[in-house]
Design a protein around this ligand. Structure first.
Ligand code: KMH
Ligand code: ZN
Length: 308
């Protein structure tokens, strides 16, 4: 089994807003171009959300994904990963519909409920292009990202017949235990693609000991049955990626997780972040995984077994 490094690119997400960066992909064409560019730069997996083309507001309707899924599939062999997190303001039913419809190889699955605060970003922006942006940030002061055991069961059952496998988003140590619980019940099958999320206000921090603790705990709970990946929110994105790669991990970058390329400098594209991630990996004498190698490492159903 190859042990190359899988780069996932999360191209737009549902946290950052148009005012924060003119490079944030909003329209279906921008999302498609960003994803294809990220794949050409070396991303094996593309984590996708959709937005309203006019306002940039997160849009989790099945139709919102249609315009870019087909185009991405025609233009790249990268693995498409459709979010079931959507925006934390959405219901689990709403959040799961696109993955249920489009039957991707991978879908994200958030492994626990948590406070989900991005209101501190308010301090950085005096004015916003769109009214919804301020509400979106301010509202997160009282926002709980709901992922109850019943919600997680619902996503698993809804996507099970599709043969979709999951990017298990773990924002804290308890989320790893929740994944172990579902593994014990046989509701999820190895290899588990564990995406450890660091630096989201409400989840675990970004200290190097936090990263060590996540990996140690995952090793103890899952042994050889998992593929570890990490994402660092905001300015710590590349420091966390570098530590994880040196520990045998895979990494996620993209403007969903950080709008920066370096301290105080906005990333001009998702591909720019993928290129920087790749140089870190190759700088360590390691190689990036191709989409085919990622499929093998994660036991995916194949790019021709999707519904788009
Ligand atoms: N925004 C990330 C921190 C999802 O899409 O399911 C988590 C995320 C959630 O990617
Ligand atoms: Zn996401």
């Amino acid at each position: 089994m190859t042990d190359k490094v899988i780069i996932t690119c999360a191209v737009t997400g549902a946290i950052h807003t148009p005012t924060m960066s003119d490079h944030l992909p909003i329209t279906p064409d921008e999302i498609a171009e960003a994803a294809i560019g990220a794949a050409e730069a070396g991303a094996a997996i593309l984590h996708l959300h959709a937005r309203d083309p006019q306002t940039g507001k997160p849009d989790q309707s099945v139709e919102a994904f249609a315009p870019f899924l087909g185009r991405i599939k025609q233009s790249t062999d990268a693995v498409v990963n459709i979010t079931t997190g959507g925006s934390p303001y959405m219901t689990v039913d709403e959040r799961t519909k696109p993955a249920a419809k489009w039957s991707p190889e991978v879908a994200s699955l958030n492994m626990g409920s948590m406070n989900f605060g991005f209101y501190p970003l308010l301090a950085k922006y005096r004015t916003f292009k769109h009214e919804w942006e301020r509400e979106h940030l301010e509202g997160s002061r009282d926002l709980v990202f709901r992922n109850s055991f019943k919600d997680i069961e619902y996503v698993l059952e809804t996507c099970y017949d599709n043969g979709t496998r999951f990017e298990f988003e773990c924002y804290d140590i308890s989320h790893l235990y929740n994944l172990a619980h579902f593994a014990d019940r046989g509701l999820v099958k190895p290899p588990f693609f564990v995406q450890s999320v660091f630096g989201l206000l409400g989840g675990i921090g970004t200290h190097h000991e936090d990263i060590m603790h996540m990996k140690r705990t995952a090793d103890r709970l899952f042994g050889k049955d998992f593929r570890w990946s990490v994402l660092g929110a905001g300015k710590d994105q590349f420091r966390i990626a570098t530590q994880a790669v040196s520990m045998g991990g895979n990494i996620r970058v993209g403007l969903e997780d950080s709008i920066w390329i370096s301290r105080g400098k906005l990333a001009e594209s998702n591909a720019q972040q993928v290129t920087k991630a790749r140089s870190i990996i190759e700088g360590m004498g390691l190689e990036i995984a191709s989409p085919a190698e990622a499929r093998e490492m994660l036991s995916l159903k194949g790019g021709d077994a999707v519904n788009f």
